[in-house]
Design a protein around this ligand. Structure first.
Ligand code: DAH
Length: 343
């Protein structure tokens, strides 16, 4: 035996101690090398037969083996005692850097939230700020101040969720117009996104709970041309730069004149397809010039200012933009559906 053999043996012993992942294995390593019948005592016994020139180095290496191994075994014992359930018998195998990382699901904004956030950004560019109002509204804000007559069908208990207090769950975001005008003098340029409630039976296109975005612009000499220009700008930024806007005469109590407005179909470019039911147009919602009676109710002078107002259904825009045919998909919270729309 030569000194270098003892060096090699030392390296082997230390390597085994480093790889040992449990107290039991560490004990086996100790017995193998340092135990009474172990390899080290055997070496010590053999020293006297070794070449005299080799002997000093052999003695030194044997000593190192003993001390370094004993010290390493002690540290390793402390390490394995605190280690959390090793995945295999040795720490060396427990960490495999070639394994793929663990995938964590990242959240994404809901399509309804995305439409609202995009609309806020688009109208922000046009000088609108965001206004807010409560979901539980007074009859005054939801109907009376909006010039909605007592016998209007939307006031019916068939259509509206009335509370015992006489208040109601707002059926539209239009009451925010009233709250804003009651609280400050003109000019006003706001949008109001929010939840609305109606006693609709849920089907592919109706939901008792849905979202609208209200718009109101009041100043000197605001015109129907401003309304059409701003809605067109919105439509093109939301749906695509070649989308056109069409106004059709309609009636709303709080605007005069009133229109319903359509976007040209962004799928077929207006030629007619399944999405626009061959008409080339997709109905969005209502708009118009603020009725002077509404101005009077909130204390604005109808001779001094004019204004336009519009509403839009958020679900409707989401369904058109993402090609969704059933509104219920937006509320089911089925991750398989939502992940398809996640950005
Ligand atoms: N509030 C109306 C609805 O829910 C939509 C609407 C129409 C809002 C005309 C307006 C408007 O501001 O001017 O059907």
């Amino acid at each position: 035996m030569k000194a270098t053999d003892i060096l090699a043996l030392k390296e082997a012993a230390l390597g085994e101690a480093r790889a040992a992942g449990t107290a039991d294995i560490l004990e086996q390593v100790r017995i193998k090398y340092l135990g009474r019948k172990g390899l080290l005592p055997e070496i010590m016994k053999g020293l006297k037969d070794a070449e005299p020139a080799e002997r000093p180095a052999m003695g030194r290496y044997a000593n190192e083996l003993k001390q370094e191994l004993a010290a390493l075994l002690e540290t390793r014992r402390a390490v394995v005692a605190t280690a959390v359930a090793p995945m295999s018998s040795t720490i060396g195998e427990a960490f495999d850097p070639t394994l793929p990382g663990r995938w964590r699901a990242l959240g994404a904004r809901h399509p309804i939230s995305r439409i609202i956030e995009d609309a806020i950004r688009i109208f922000d560019n046009l000088g609108f700020t965001v206004a807010d109002g409560p979901d539980i509204e007074t009859e005054h804000h939801n109907f009376d101040a909006l010039n909605t007559p007592d016998d209007h069908p939307s006031r019916d208990t068939q259509d509206t969720f009335w509370l015992e207090s006489g208040q109601l769950l707002r059926t539209q975001t239009s009451p925010v117009q009233i709250r804003v005008m009651e609280s400050r003098p003109p000019p006003v340029r706001i949008i109001a996104p929010g939840r609305c409630y109606r006693r609709d039976t849920t089907d592919a296109t109706h939901s008792a709970n849905f979202h609208q975005i209200e718009g109101l612009y009041v100043e000197k000499r605001v015109s129907m041309a401003d309304l059409k220009g701003d809605i067109t700008c919105f439509a093109q930024r939301m749906m695509g730069s070649d989308v056109k806007v069409r106004f059709r005469p309609h009636f709303f109590p709080f605007t005069e004149p009133s229109v319903e407005y359509d976007f040209s179909c962004h799928v077929c470019g207006g030629k007619g397809c399944r999405v626009c039911k061959q008409s080339g147009w997709i109905e969005i919602s209502g708009a118009g010039m603020v009725n002077p009676k509404v101005f009077t109710k909130v204390g604005y002078d109808p001779e001094a200012v004019t204004g336009y107002a519009f509403g839009m259904g958020v679900e409707r825009i989401a369904m058109i933009r993402y090609g969704i045919h059933d509104i219920r998909l937006l509320y089911d919270n089925d991750k398989r559906f939502l992940e398809q729309l996640a950005q």
